[in-house]
Design a protein around this ligand. Structure first.
Ligand code: ACM
Length: 404
């Protein structure tokens, strides 16, 4: 991106990469850091823990490497229709020294690592090694399918809460980070609701039901991080009112009204609405034109509340590095322009600048046809049906055949 184009950039210009569902590995992440640098991103929000894999082999916890970093197989296919197992055990992790090396490379390019340890839901992989801290307390495996699971951390058990604090301390020490993302998205509630320790905690602490217990746990974790000089970030799922201690990341477009209220109250916000900035979704659901039109502050006022935005890549269906480029690069370019306040006046100008940027900024040529990045009418509908019923790779396969 040209320097002279840059005006009034947002302070938070982030890329979210999920390595729990698919492990990218060091070289891919270093390549990504190079791309982020060229496009002017300054935060790598690294989603290293989720139900399907915990990717940090903490050196004093061999059970994490042994249990949490691998799953028995991976689901391939599509969100709703026919899906198959790949029958291949999947393992991937970074050692502490690898992570320090990558954080050093990122820092040399002005990029800070923001590790995410998602809790108290989306935590199955880690808890598979420590089932005593889960609600059921019984052994279970690292998840092999996608979705929302009901194996949360037992937030009514003080020992489980102490365990969560130890984990975030260990992770923060590896990265020496200023920010740590605590998750708090999509918390499965059934197990928490029926757990005796949670029920007891709600009663003894006179909390407002499970919502109150979750908020109390979030506050305790936030204060713990802040007391160590680390700024906590959470997803917005559970946030009803301003909390000065937190940075809140909004991802659900349907919560716009609540978000508006939070922005008005001065809540520090990062936005990554999935219908604009989720780069893993097929173009039939998130057309490139939509991402080009993304305005982080839209409807949220002109104040300082919105720190910036992230382009997010959730990796359930990342079948190859080339497919990642096909889905991610153009969207990352569009979000970078929005974050630097240098959006092209028209979409056609944007497309032209994208073509010019390909070799220089991406380090490769993609030249994706308009019909694939912005399918219209019947063709869009057909692609949406194919996405849900047959294959998440459909658009990518069309792209490959268009190049033959
Ligand atoms: C999210 O997409 N679950 C934050």
């Amino acid at each position: 991106m040209r320097k002279e184009d840059r005006k009034a950039p947002y302070p938070w210009r982030g890329v979210l990469i999920d390595e729990s569902r698919h492990f990218f590995g060091r070289d891919e992440i270093v390549r990504l850091i190079g791309l982020m640098h060229r496009l002017g991103y300054n935060r790598l929000h690294w989603h290293l823990s989720d139900d399907q894999g915990f990717r940090i082999a903490l050196k004093d916890r061999p059970e994490i490497k042994r249990i949490s970093t691998k799953r028995d197989y991976t689901l391939e296919g599509c969100p709703l229709g026919r899906r198959t197992k790949d029958e291949t055990p999947n393992q991937g992790f970074y050692t502490e020294s690898e992570l320090k090396e990558i954080a050093g490379i990122a820092a040399s390019k002005g990029i800070e690592i923001v590790p995410e340890i998602d809790m108290p839901g989306h935590m199955s992989a880690l808890l598979a090694a420590y089932p005593r801290f889960s609600c059921g307390r019984k052994p279970f495996g690292v998840a092999t399918t996608w979705g929302v699971f009901d194996h949360p951390l037992n937030i009514g058990d003080p020992e489980a809460v102490a365990f969560a604090k130890d984990i975030v301390d260990e992770v923060a020490a590896v990265f020496n980070c200023r920010y740590l993302h605590l998750g708090f998205d999509e918390i499965g509630r059934k197990a928490l609701r029926s757990d005796p320790a949670c029920q007891r905690a709600i009663k003894e602490r006179r909390l407002h039901g499970l919502k109150g217990l979750i908020a109390a746990f979030r506050g305790e974790m936030a204060e713990h991080l802040l007391s160590h000089g680390v700024q906590p970030i959470v997803w917005d799922d559970e946030i009803e009112a301003k909390d000065e201690r937190l940075i809140v990341q909004a991802w659900k477009p349907l919560r716009r009204g609540r978000l508006k209220k939070l922005a008005k109250q001065g809540q520090r916000l990062i936005v990554s609405p999935f219908f604009s900035s989720y780069a893993n979704l097929p173009y039939c659901l998130v057309p490139l034109k939509k991402t080009y039109g993304f305005d982080p502050r839209k409807g949220l006022g002109e104040g300082e509340s919105v720190l910036g935005a992230e382009v997010a890549y959730w990796s359930e269906y990342r079948s190859s590095s080339d497919k990642f480029d096909f889905e991610f690069m153009y969207r990352a370019y569009a979000v970078a322009k929005a974050l630097w306040g240098c959006r092209d006046r028209t979409y056609l100008e944007f497309r032209a600048s994208l073509m010019r940027a390909e070799k220089k900024d991406f380090g490769r040529e993609l030249a994706i046809p308009l019909s694939l990045t912005d399918p219209k009418g019947f063709s869009r509908l057909k692609r949406i049906c194919r996405y849900y019923r047959k294959s998440t790779d459909g658009e990518y396969q069309d792209y490959l055949s268009s190049k033959e």
